[in-house]
Design a protein around this ligand. Structure first.
Ligand code: DOR
Ligand code: ZN
Length: 430
């Protein structure tokens, strides 16, 4: 089956493309790019006024299946991902049972193949049950398709254990992704430790609780040679540690979420909006500004959502009782386009690097490029589409988004995975 995407404004810094042309796709791959291409037989779509980029990938998503299907499942989470413009997501292993063995890795992939609306790249746990005590079956999970290892939701507390995880992951060529949180220091911290936590009467979650493990894991990467990826970085000092690690030649990468880029601790306010309770917490305005700087200077490698769905009955409680996390996979592109691309803070090319090129590189996936021969995983964006973030429009089962009520300009309208449409004109293709 052939598919012709006409009059698309294609942007791909990997091949130096930023121009209007047609794209011909056959058997899941791009065959040709150029002006006035001829299609004897097949489907045509006119994408005049739209931007086409390599398909977006989010390396930090909680699909919640198996075990927490009341929050999200693979069907709803991948629909939400396609709705947000994504062709692939890396699923976090803090499921029930934990994705710490080959059987669960197989299950996630089988379910994604059956009901998914985007590619799902499963990550495996570093330790059994995320307990930090026993090394998980890393080799077996690799053999069954795990692309990375993380105890996300928790930090690996024991440095010797983290070293072992990295020693095991390295020969398989897999990255270890680290949720940095020193539990003894962070304790029951609810929001960033500082004036705001004092004013609101909430226990503080000090940035040092994150930074200690960032520096530790950079040193362990130096020791073991295993690539380390710092998850949801939130503080200026932590970012500076990554910057220095990179300058030292350490294989360290890091990610940032839209909530740490565009919100800070002052947004929590006297309403105690539990949707803004996230781990790590929203930090200061200075941290936020430093993170934007990190996007510009290349210290931050990718944008992730840490899409963390929780049911209304869980979030609609006293702040201390509510679980950490917010959804974001349906709003991240709008937030990035509105806050950074439209005002000219970052270029379209940099956006493509942060949301499509580098995520694949971090997971060691086959690159997707706008050139003949490449897999046709493509995201189509209407850069001028204005929209309001409304709860009723989410395809995720959960509504705990910190951006509800925002007005965004720019949205994904079509998504193609291996040449097949998963979304067209803003509607999921069933
Ligand atoms: O806010 C968060 N929620 N951060 C995490 O690290 C885990 C996640 C979750 O699973 O809910
Ligand atoms: Zn995390």
């Amino acid at each position: 089956m052939a598919l012709m995407l006409r009059n698309a404004h294609v942007i791909d810094p990997q091949v130096g493309l930023n121009q209007v042309c047609d794209i011909l796709i056959r058997d899941g791959r791009i065959v040709e790019l150029g002006k006035d291409l001829v299609l004897p037989k097949g489907i045509e779509r006119d994408l005049k006024g739209k931007i086409v980029v390599p398909g977006l990938v989010d390396v930090h998503v909680h699909l919640r299946e198996p075990g927490y299907e009341y929050k999200e499942d693979i069907a709803s989470g991948t629909r939400a991902a396609a709705h947000g413009g994504f062709t692939g997501v890396c699923a976090m292993p803090n499921t029930q049972p934990t994705t710490d063995n080959a059987t669960v890795v197989e299950y996630v992939q089988a379910q994604a193949a059956k009901v998914g609306k985007c590619r799902v790249y499963p990550s495996g746990a570093c330790t059994v049950g995320l307990k930090g005590e026993t090394l998980a079956e890393i080799g077996d999970m690799v053999a069954h398709g795990a692309v990375a290892f993380t105890d996300d939701g928790r930090g690996v507390q024991d440095s010797g254990m983290m070293r072992r995880v990295m020693d095991y992951a390295r020969p398989f060529g897999k990255v270890v992704m680290s949720h940095c949180q020193d539990e003894a220091l962070v304790g029951k911290g609810q929001i960033n430790e500082g004036a705001v936590s004092t004013k609101l009467g909430l226990q503080g979650w000090p940035a040092a609780g994150e930074e200690l493990q960032i520096q530790r894991d950079i040193e362990l990467s130096r020791l073991t040679g295993c690539p380390i990826h710092i998850q949801h970085i939130s503080s200026a000092r932590g970012l500076e540690m990554v910057r220095r690690g990179k300058a030292d030649g350490i294989q360290v990468t890091c990610e940032v979420t839209p909530h740490h880029l565009f919100l800070d601790e002052t947004n929590i306010g006297p309403e105690y909006n539990a949707n803004l309770k996230v781990n790590p917490p929203l930090r200061t305005a200075e941290d936020r500004a430093a993170l934007v700087q990190g996007l510009l200077d290349g210290t931050i490698d990718c944008i992730v959502t840490d899409h963390a769905p929780h049911a209304a009955h869980e979030k609609d409680r006293e702040f201390e009782q509510a679980p950490f996390g917010m959804t974001g996979i349906e709003t991240v592109l709008g937030a990035m386009l509105t806050n950074l691309v439209r005002p000219g803070v970052i270029s379209w090319e940099r956006l493509v690097e942060l949301m499509a090129v580098n995520p694949r590189a971090i997971l060691r996936l086959e690159p997707v490029k706008l050139e003949p021969g490449s897999v046709a995983d493509l995201t189509v964006i209407d850069p001028d589409l204005e929209w309001d973030v409304l709860e009723q429009d989410f395809l995720s089962k959960s509504k705990n988004c910190g951006f509800t009520g925002a007005h965004f300009v720019g949205k994904a309208t079509h998504v193609y995975v291996g040449g097949y449409a998963t979304m067209e004109e803003g509607e999921i293709v069933e």
